[in-house]
Ligand binder design. Structure first.
Ligand code: DGL
Length: 267
């Protein structure tokens, strides 16, 4: 592993691009290899064993590409697999994402926080432990929103279908007293405008892209693996349809992107 080595980032689909965007902004000199596991999206409704198997396969792929770090840019996969990944690759920097429960607990005035995530994340022991540790005094309202993942994957980021999909879940948690909402799935920041409109202008919507990018920088620095200068490139790959990923990623990132197919063995 060298400072010039790439950083692997993956998600079930395009959601992790919300994390990739934050890493790009914070660490423009780094080369990033993003894999969308589109052949297997969504993870949120699959078994923990399946999500773990995919985590092992994709991490092995990043290792084969000489990655110096892996960012699991998916709350569901982090909950299902991060401990096992770290055990299998003790020398690799492996960073996960978790719903922003700790900052939410600090921000709430009502003592009620709403969390939108996948079924897999909300049902996981790791999430239960996070709530117990960081917000034992707070009332946490859970709301699985698998249909929001589908909307983002279809490139539906605004419009009547999106407004209809966010209206009821957001209104219910607001009516139950939530004054802070956690976007506990990396797909959801791409629906931020619609969620904010449904929640009202003053309601904080918490996501984790920037803190994850800062933590990644810290970890790289500590191990002498931060790339000093230059401009890194971003490569996109998918286990699904490459032209479809290129088109969607271009829209989500607001710049023209290309995408390639991940080699057969890792799909
Ligand atoms: N983006 C993922 C997450 O953060 C999962 C979405 C899915 O595949 O269900 O949980």
């Amino acid at each position: 592993m060298f400072p010039e080595s790439p950083i692997g980032v993956y998600d079930s689909g395009v959601g992790g691009l919300s994390v990739l965007r934050a890493i790009r902004d914070a660490l423009p000199q780094e080369s990033l290899l993003y894999v969308a596991d589109s052949a297997h999206v969504p993870y949120g409704e699959k078994t923990q064993a399946f999500v773990l198997e995919r985590a092992h396969a994709l991490t092995d792929y990043f290792v084969s590409r000489q990655a110096k770090a892996v960012v699991v840019a998916c709350n569901t996969a982090t909950a299902a697999a991060i401990a096992q990944l770290r055990r299998r690759h003790p020398d690799l920097i492996i960073i996960g994402v978790e719903p922003a429960i700790k900052p939410a607990a600090h921000l709430t005035h009502s003592g009620v926080v709403g969390v939108f995530a996948t079924t897999g994340t909300l049902a996981s022991p790791k999430f239960a432990a996070l709530v117990q540790r960081e917000a034992p005094e707070v009332r946490i309202l859970l709301r699985p929103c698998p249909e929001w993942v589908g909307l983002v994957e279809q490139g539906e980021l605004a419009g009547p279908r999106v407004d209809a999909a966010v209206r009821v879940p957001v209104a219910e948690l607001r009516a139950a007293g939530a004054d802070v909402l956690v976007l506990g799935c990396t797909h959801f920041p791409f629906l931020r405008d619609a969620i904010q409109a449904a929640a009202g202008p003053g309601v904080p919507l918490l996501e984790t892209g920037s803190p994850v990018a800062r933590w990644l920088r810290h970890q790289l620095q500590e191990r002498g693996l931060l790339r000093g200068a230059g401009t890194g490139d971003t490569q996109l790959e998918t286990t699904g349809d490459a032209p479809a990923l290129a088109a969607l990623a271009s829209r989500l990132l607001g710049m023209p992107m290309e995408a390639a197919a991940t080699p057969e063995r890792w799909r």
